[in-house]
Design a protein around this ligand. Structure first.
Ligand SMILES: Cc1cc2nc3c(=O)[nH]c(=O)nc-3n(C[C@H](O)[C@H](O)[C@H](O)COP(=O)(O)OP(=O)(O)OC[C@H]3O[C@@H](n4cnc5c(N)ncnc54)[C@H](O)[C@@H]3O)c2cc1C
Length: 564
């Protein structure tokens, strides 16, 4: 018998370590422990059981102990909780949760992949029977059963991160009345506030009641009360306010814990004890762009860390490049993805950065299912180094964001992205892809070829009666426009130069930014000095304004919305 490897946790990280060790060493004795009844289930697919997209919850379980044993000679012990690590003896104490018996198991190498625990704040009602969290198959079955058996019609989700948003979406698809309460002023923190407005619109348009800037104060019979005193009717509550790394075992064993309160590991995922590795949601990772420790609860990194840890056990070198944080989500009719830093995190980190927001078509316009893709690119000023991107649309946002993630990882700049040779076919994309386009616009901005204001500045401009040109055609203007915009279509402006003032700033928009950009450049070339493109243009302005208009009832800055 070769090396004895014990693994705590049998899902994303744990099962990946086990499989890789087996591929590297046929003689190793591998035992994987999980306190739950399953190993190797698809955490990321859990919310889809609520809508019935994954009808049979057992399909969420990808592998069972019998298959692990037969195919891989890996022993997967379920309902077994690892309760203690005796580092001096190199043993662990395990409690069999079916018999309540405790036993000891020796190891040569121990791997911790215990994941993260959903946070439950200490507030009134938090332990009521109708309050749930989502971590595993049992959790999602409990919610589904409760909803069906108790005839739940109103449910409140607390937390607007990707788990809360996916749970809310799937409950809505199941026909429930869903409210979502979020402490911040937006859902989905990887997105900037301007981009998040598109997600807010999608949620409210599909009937989810969004309560932002408010937190959970207490859970009472039939309702939840928020910090602002609002009472939201709820037969059940799903808590998704975040997770904290599961560090109890490691802490009690005296392993080093990092500044983010996750398990500290080295370059090779070795803890402060050379015989113990740790991977996944429980560990502290290094942020490649922010140059500091952070936490990242995502499946891809967990699996890659697992492979790297197993490789290191067998002397295979790995490169720890740190993380940048890439994620994606599907939300009703939209897809959204992001990578790296958004403008808010770049600002908080004190970085010198700028951003562009464009919305080119995701395919050639005359093709079926061609839709705008909202794309925001964040880059370092003045180096042009790419820092991050966010994309939202009906099409392949993940392809675009994956390109940017690759660029960031290879230290790419706007110049690299501009010339990146990507595939093209009219049904799939455009000859100059969204990401090339973003780089070109950003380079124009970086090199000072034109000036722009952000979509978030437009309300103030309208309220201050700034001179705004709407460069769309008259028919488009008639269907809805900024309250005080002057309609000078791109096709007419050369004959109407006298209508354009030279003694004050002039702001120009069209529908998606292309016509306004052409007018801005033409006016710059004609010697006008105070010309600004409005980033986001009419479509972006409408999307940016819509959610706050409808929830606050404030005066609109457009005469009519137009989202086409
Ligand atoms: C609802 C949901 C949706 C998600 N969606 C996505 C997504 O779309 N994309 C994405 O990248 N990530 C997603 N994630 C996150 C992803 O699932 C995690 O990042 C990943 O599973 C982490 O792997 P891990 O091995 O660290 O922990 P886990 O996969 O959580 O596994 C840890 C296991 O360890 C067990 N355990 C803990 N302590 C002990 C102990 N003492 N003894 C025995 N067993 C123990 C636990 O029971 C658990 O089964 C989602 C997570 C959830 C909950």
């Amino acid at each position: 018998m070769g090396k004895k490897v014990l693994i705590v946790g049998g899902v994303a990280g744990g099962a990946s370590v086990a499989a890789r060790v087996r591929r590297l060493d046929e003689s190793a004795e591998i035992i994987m422990f999980d306190r739950g009844p399953h190993v190797s289930f698809s955490n990321c697919s859990l919310p889809y059981h609520l809508s019935g997209i994954v009808e049979d919850s057992q399909k969420l379980v990808l592998m069972n102990p019998e298959i692990f044993k037969k195919r891989y000679n890996i022993e997967a012990r379920v309902n077994q909780e690892v309760q203690k690590i005796n580092r001096d003896k190199k043993t662990i104490m395990v409690k069999d949760l079916t018999t309540n018996q405790t036993y000891e198991e020796t190891y040569d190498t121990l791997v911790l992949s215990p994941g993260a625990i959903p946070i439950r704040p200490t507030i009134e009602g938090i332990h009521n029977d109708n309050v749930f969290t989502v971590r595993n198959v049992e959790d999602i079955e409990k919610i589904n059963t409760f909803v069906k058996q108790e005839g739940v019609s109103k449910i409140t989700v607390i937390g607007g991160g990707f788990i809360g948003v996916e749970v809310a979406e799937n409950l809505k698809l199941a026909g429930l009345e869903v409210s979502l309460v979020e402490f911040a002023n937006q859902v989905m923190a990887p997105f900037d506030y301007d981009m998040a407005q598109i997600l807010h619109k999608e949620m409210v348009d599909h009937g989810i009641e969004l309560i932002l800037d408010d937190g959970l104060a207490k859970i009472a019979d039939g309702y939840v009360e928020t910090n602002s005193g609002r009472k939201v009717e709820a037969d059940a509550v799903v808590l998704a306010i975040g997770v904290r790394p599961e560090t109890t075992l490691a802490e009690e064993a005296g392993l080093a814990i990092g500044e983010t309160r996750a398990i500290k590991v080295d370059h090779n995922y070795v803890t402060s004890d050379k015989a113990i590795y740790a991977v996944g949601d429980a560990i502290e990772v290094y942020h490649r762009l922010l140059h500091k420790p952070t936490r990242l609860a995502l499946a891809g990194p967990a699996q890659k860390q697992a492979r790297a840890a197993a490789d290191h056990m067998y002397g295979i070198a790995t490169r720890n490049q740190g993380i940048i944080g890439s994620s994606s989500i599907h939300l009703f009719d939209l897809n959204a993805a992001s990578t790296g830093l958004n403008a808010r995190t770049a600002e908080l980190a004190g970085m010198n950065y700028d951003s562009v927001y464009i919305m080119p078509g995701d395919k050639v316009g005359l093709m079926p299912n061609s839709n705008p893709m909202h794309f925001k690119l964040v880059y370092e000023y003045p180096t042009g180094r790419i820092l991050g991107a966010q994309a939202i649309g009906k099409g392949n946002v993940d392809k675009r964001i994956d390109v940017i993630a690759t660029m960031i990882t290879m230290n790419g700049t706007l110049e690299d992205l501009k010339d990146l040779e990507l595939t093209y076919s009219p049904m799939l994309g455009t000859a100059k892809d969204v990401v090339n386009h973003a780089a070109l616009v950003a380079l124009n901005q970086l090199e000072g070829r034109y000036k722009e204001v952000k979509v978030s500045d437009v309300r103030k401009l309208v309220e201050n009666n700034a001179f705004i040109i709407d460069a769309r055609e008259k028919g488009e203007y008639a269907q809805g426009h900024l309250r005080n915009a002057v309609n000078i279509p791109l096709s007419e402006f050369r004959e109407r130069l006298n209508d354009i003032p030279t003694d004050q700033p002039v702001y120009i928009h069209c529908r998606s930014g292309q016509r306004s950009y052409n007018m801005v450049m033409a006016l710059n070339n004609l010697g006008y000095e105070n010309i600004y493109n409005i980033s986001g243009s009419y479509l972006g302005i409408n999307l940016y304004e819509y959610y706050n208009d409808i929830v606050t009832g404030r005066e609109k800055i457009v005469t009519a919305y137009n989202f086409k």
